[in-house]
Design a protein around this ligand. Structure first.
Ligand code: A3P
Length: 285
């Protein structure tokens, strides 16, 4: 089909950001041929796991300045930009994508580009995803949380199953113990912010003094990003509904305000089934 990997279901329609599905499909099929540079940094994560946050942090670290990045992370997103736009980004590029391994640039692995892989507990991810789909106009999603929930369990949503995606990367890490990939948990980032930033900088080979690191941490706090990274008024009007922001809540455990007890138990069962072989543990509080 034309929308290739991005599933189109009643649960969560593919958002093509105003593009024709065929144009999106062409972009997608071409990503595996993207030319990579040895110093490219890839932020990879399932949607709603903290990509905006991490992108802003890493970009500031690279710049060596705690100053808001004037462009949105979507400008560096593989599935949203043609190759020539990505090629125009100066080194080192901080790229990002939600795609699974098979769709990513072959050169990324060949050149051993650094990967920062973000994980977030899947209950909060699900709630965040639901609000995302409700808040962005071009999804045209009319359902309620209870309608969306089954699609999470079945993995019938944009980019496919969270379980499959996470397991695939876990296997990759297992099979490639020397690959430069850094795991970062959203919850850990919230709880031990400055230590996590220090670890991240070390992985990226950046020698940043603690003063600058603290300034970057502060600049990238939820409420500062909510204010500083607000969309331009025009885009705000066309892209999203009132009362939605990409910086929605930024908390651990919002899932408890959405999941019923029965839904939580059902989710736990499906999690067990899908993640039997996984050694990951997530924090839900
Ligand atoms: P919520 O919807 O739970 O608030 P992504 O950037 O991958 O789309 O992830 C979006 C989620 O990260 C949203 O979660 C968003 O609010 C949260 N987020 C964005 N910036 C953040 C920050 N600076 N601190 C904490 N959470 C942040």
């Amino acid at each position: 089909g034309e929308t290739v990997h991005l599933t189109e279901t009643d649960g969560c329609r593919t958002c093509t950001f105003g593009r024709e599905p065929s144009e999106q499909g062409r972009l997608m099929r071409n990503i595996c041929n993207l030319e990579c540079r040895p110093d490219d940094i890839f932020i990879l994560a399932s949607p709603k796991s903290g990509t905006h946050w991490t992108w802003e942090i890493i970009s500031m670290m690279i710049n060596g300045r705690a100053e808001t990045i004037p462009k949105p992370k979507i400008d560096n997103m593989l599935e949203n930009q043609p190759h020539d736009s990505l090629a125009a980004i100066p080194n080192p590029r901080v790229l990002n994508s939600h795609l699974s391994i098979d769709w990513l640039p072959r050169q990324m692995l060949e050149k051993q580009c650094r990967i920062v892989f973000i994980l977030r507990n899947p209950k909060d991810m699900a709630v965040s995803f639901y609000n995302h789909v409700k808040g962005i106009k071009s999804y045209h999603y009319q359902g309620q949380w209870k309608d969306f929930f089954p699609f999470i369990l079945k993995g019938e949503m944009e980019y496919g199953s969270w379980f499959t995606y996470v397991r695939e990367w876990e296997r990759f890490i297992h099979d490639n113990p020397n690959y430069p990939i850094h795991l970062m948990f959203y919850e850990q980032l919230i709880k031990d912010y400055e230590l996590e930033l220090r670890r991240l900088a070390t992985f990226l080979g950046l020698d940043l003094d603690s003063g600058l690191l603290a300034e970057i941490a502060d600049k990238c706090r939820f409420h500062n990003m909510q204010k500083d990274k607000a969309l331009p008024a025009e885009l705000q009007k066309t892209l999203i509904k009132q009362n939605f922001s990409f910086f929605r809540k930024g908390k651990i455990g919002d899932w408890k305000n959405w999941f019923t007890v029965a839904q939580s138990e059902e989710f736990d069962r499906v999690y067990e089934e899908n993640m039997k072989a996984s050694s990951l543990t997530f924090q839900y509080n």
